[in-house]
Design a protein around this ligand. Structure first.
Ligand code: ATP
Length: 337
């Protein structure tokens, strides 16, 4: 487990002290994929870089597997860092070294023998799907392939933790998906705890188990990803969620409606049930679907529908009561009655 205790990171600048991280406490469980989201300047990089002491916290502690990194001496810290891999937005590969040598680099630094290094590098190249690229230079690789090398390099010393600093932000959507898939597979197969920072909610939705939202150096909300998507408390979390679940119904469409307009949220298995079609059988109402979307978050559905219900006022009320009872999430956007 990673435990962050009351961590603060301040930067001294010519214009005074800037607070990057403000008294953050957080527990990240072993084997989970934990996402930290926030806008630019929220403090995500500062916090992530404090996890392997790339930045030394001004105050507070970072415990990994019960060991307080902030209390370690130089040599002990170097050893501990071998067990914390890191990947970066712009890959940070050594351009003058081949793919093989980029991955071998940290193994050499860890004092491994030539045979051990070769065995490990070949194994890692297979893991990240680059077995045929071992002798090429980074400039000859696509962004996605470079990040695969970055991942292989980060895994070279069998870390228990992998830190990902906006690892897919420089990649196109298709490549992003394949890198996220790879990270998820690595998490499953090797049991590595992954902590990632991102400003993209899609990334969190795709692979994270739990997440935290950062603003002004503080964690303002945290929890299981599905929970935060389904019931965001904070305004900023709602904004991030909307970036995934967003929809807009043109004003013109709404203006010409005769019926009552409702917004329904289906959570979990209820999204797979026939609540909407039941309504048309049970009550004398007609309905038009104005918007419908189901997102799968960690394979659990979260659906949002906007519907117009047309019919006798009493029937519409009963239909609304029925859907409310079933879904517990219904908002009347426009009441025709
Ligand atoms: N080396 C530094 N010196 C001075 N101020 C810094 C330094 N690094 C970060 N900061 C400040 O700390 C705050 C948090 O920055 P940080 O880079 O951690 O945020 P972020 O959420 O990762 O944003 P981004 O995604 O843009 O990198 C900002 O106000 C930033 O200006």
């Amino acid at each position: 487990m990673i435990e962050i205790r009351n961590l603060t990171k301040e930067y001294e600048t010519t214009k005074g002290t800037v607070i990057g991280v403000d008294r953050v406490s957080l527990k990240i469980h072993s084997g989970e994929i934990f996402g930290i989201v926030g806008y630019s300047g929220a403090g995500k990089s500062s916090l992530l870089r404090c996890l392997n002491l790339l930045e030394r916290p001004t105050a507070g502690q970072v415990l990994i597997g019960g060991v307080d990194l902030t209390a370690l001496h130089k040599n002990q810290l170097r050893q501990a860092r071998l067990k914390i891999g890191m990947i970066f937005q712009h890959f940070h590969l050594i351009s003058s070294k081949t793919v093989y040598d980029n991955i071998a680099f940290s193994l050499k630094a860890a004092g491994k023998s030539k045979q051990e290094i070769e065995k490990k590098v070949i194994e890692l190249l297979h893991l990240v799907g680059l077995a045929d690229k071992k002798d090429v230079y980074p400039a000859q690789l696509s962004g996605g392939q470079k990040q695969r090398v970055g991942i292989a390099r980060a895994l070279a010393n069998d870390p228990s933790v992998l830190l990902c600093d906006e690892a897919t932000s420089a990649l196109d959507p298709k490549t992003t998906k394949s890198i996220l898939r790879l990270l998820k597979d690595i998490n499953h197969e090797l049991g590595i705890t992954i902590v990632l920072i991102t400003h993209e909610m899609e990334v969190v939705k795709e692979i994270c188990d739990r997440m935290a939202v950062m603003q002004d150096g503080k964690i303002i909300e945290e929890g299981p990803v599905y929970e935060l998507f389904a019931n965001p408390r904070e305004k900023l979390t709602q904004q991030f969620i909307e970036s995934v679940l967003q929809f807009e119904i043109p004003k013109r469409v709404l203006e010409h409606r005769k019926g009552t307009i409702i917004k329904i949220q289906f959570q979990g298995s209820i999204a797979e049930e026939s609540v909407v079609s039941d309504v048309f059988q049970k009550f004398r109402v007609q309905g038009n679907i104005l918007h419908g979307k189901i997102e799968y978050i960690q394979e659990t559905p979260l659906g949002i529908f906007v519907m117009e219900l047309i019919g006798d006022a009493a029937e519409v009320r009963q239909a609304i009561a029925y859907i409310t009872a079933k879904t517990k999430r219904l908002e009347v956007m426009y009441d025709a009655a």
